[in-house]
Design a protein around this ligand. Structure first.
Ligand code: FES
Length: 234
């Protein structure tokens, strides 16, 4: 049986249960069907093979909801207190893998839900600032209206109009095999509004009968440049 690393998730749950300051409004992790992250050949993806600074896309918890997978190349902060637009409080536990550097977030911008499509992406992680200097280094930046999120601290909003952090995808890391699993979300989900706003387009891209299917078993991880034809970097 695989040795699974539940420490992050358990510590998050424990912290949520014991912090009296957040007691009334604590957001609990939402657990969905567990899905192993795999490469394009559907072989188990190893956390140590993720290139630092590279944008990877996978889909979770639904077949039509894209997420970023990132190796930040340095330790993430731990136990970050965050709030949603509605005042819900939660504690992001930190990254997983070596140096806790691997993180995952919903790629749906918390402002007006810009997201990476097969055709174009206005939102991505940049480990360096762009030539325009609009984008600061080591941030997830949305070029629609310049919302900026810090992936090393739970995708906290660092600039722009976004009213809340990106929803975190909870990862499980198997230290023995170095495998990664997506198991749930933490923070302000926007999936219902996302399906409502982009349902027609999502149906064309993913298949109308598949968009809202829960990902089960596996989720394929693809480098952003292979997922999407054009990346806008403002
Ligand atoms: S949709 Fe991303 S900043 Fe407006």
């Amino acid at each position: 049986m695989l040795r699974r690393d539940f420490i992050k998730i358990c510590s998050a749950s424990a912290a949520l249960a014991t912090q009296p300051a957040f007691a009334a409004r604590d957001l609990k992790p939402r657990f969905y069907t567990r899905a192993q992250l795999v490469d394009a050949r559907r072989q188990p993806l190893k956390a140590s093979t993720l290139a630092a600074g590279q944008n990877y896309i996978f889909h979770y918890p639904f077949e039509g909801t894209p997420c970023f997978l990132l190796n930040l190349g340095k330790p993430t902060l731990q136990k970050i207190a965050l709030k949603t637009e509605n005042g819900g409080s939660y504690e992001w536990p930190g990254g997983v893998g070596a140096n806790n550097a691997v993180v995952a977030y919903s790629a749906i911008c918390a402002h007006l839900m810009t997201y990476p499509t097969r055709q174009i992406s206005f939102i991505s992680y940049r480990d360096q600032s762009t030539a325009s200097k609009i984008t600061r280094p080591n941030m997830i930046h949305c070029c629609s209206e310049h919302s900026e999120y810090d992936p090393a601290s739970g995708a906290r909003v660092m600039g722009g109009p976004a009213p809340q952090p990106l929803s975190a995808i909870l990862l499980e890391h198997d230290r023995g095999s170095d495998a990664l699993y997506a198991v749930g979300t933490l923070g302000g989900e926007m999936f219902n509004a996302f399906f409502e706003k982009f349902g027609f387009k999502l149906g064309l891209d993913y298949g109308a009968d598949r968009v809202k299917n829960r990902v089960a078993g596996q989720s394929v991880v693809i480098a952003l440049e292979n997922f999407c034809k054009q990346q806008v970097k403002c």
